[in-house]
Design a protein around this ligand. Structure first.
Ligand SMILES: CC(C)(COP(=O)(O)OP(=O)(O)OC[C@H]1O[C@@H](n2cnc3c(N)ncnc32)[C@H](O)[C@@H]1OP(=O)(O)O)[C@@H](O)C(=O)NCCC(=O)NCCS
Length: 181
């Protein structure tokens, strides 16, 4: 079955869980030149969705100060960038302004270490600091680890059409299979 694009939504940003980074890891925010850092992390982590400098510029079409407050990089204990996620925005998500969790990725060598929840928590808290009170994200129906993570964070399937209802039934069935495995 072809992967389908799906949307998840958090109607409120209250009650975001707290998750501390493991010792030695840290988060820093975008600085000029980090487009290349972002591309390097995604080249390692993102096997399904294409990325390029042009895609980066289109996805993060904002000035440097906006990127500096919205785009995070996860650093390993040696200070190398090994993950990224963005506290982005959309002024018109079905007619309403929304915060947006955008392009989450952790390099494979650092996956499975419990880094994703602290990174996502930092992004959600940054959205709140910026003034957002709700958020959404888009992902793909085959990205089960990511969807599992977002569900744990209180993001819910956004279902507006029968096709989406069917996609979500299949996703949730596969996720409960994962939990049993
Ligand atoms: C999604 C991603 C960031 C998760 O990072 P990670 O380091 O593997 O995640 P963690 O080890 O910190 O686990 C965090 C949570 O993710 C989910 N998760 C991670 N791997 C999983 C797996 N194999 N199966 C099911 N859930 C999984 C779980 O909810 C897990 O929490 P739990 O351990 O308490 O159940 C990472 O897999 C990634 O970069 N994937 C490639 C890029 C991508 O798909 N990004 C999402 C785009 S929308």
């Amino acid at each position: 079955m072809e992967p389908q694009r799906v949307t998840m939504i958090r109607h409120t940003l209250s009650g975001i869980p707290q998750h501390a980074l493991p010792p030695g890891y840290s988060i820093r925010w975008y600085r000029p030149g980090d487009r290349e850092t972002w591309l390097r992390i995604h080249a390692l982590a993102e096997k399904e969705v294409p990325t390029s400098a042009a895609i980066y510029e289109a996805q993060f079409a904002a000035d440097e100060p906006e990127r500096a407050r919205r785009q995070a990089f996860l650093l390993d204990p040696l200070g190398g960038e090994i993950g990224t996620a963005s506290a982005w925005f959309n002024a018109d998500h079905h007619g309403m302004p929304f915060g947006r969790v955008h392009w989450v990725a952790i390099a494979p060598a650092h996956q499975g270490k419990g880094l994703a929840k602290p990174l996502l928590a930092a992004i959600c808290h940054r959205l709140i600091e910026i003034g957002h009170d709700r958020a959404y994200l888009t992902t793909w129906s085959n990205k089960l680890p990511a969807i599992h993570l977002y569900l744990a964070f209180g993001f819910e399937p956004e279902i507006r059409a029968e096709e989406e209802r069917q996609a979500w039934k299949s996703i949730l069935d596969r996720i409960s299979g994962l939990k049993r495995a």
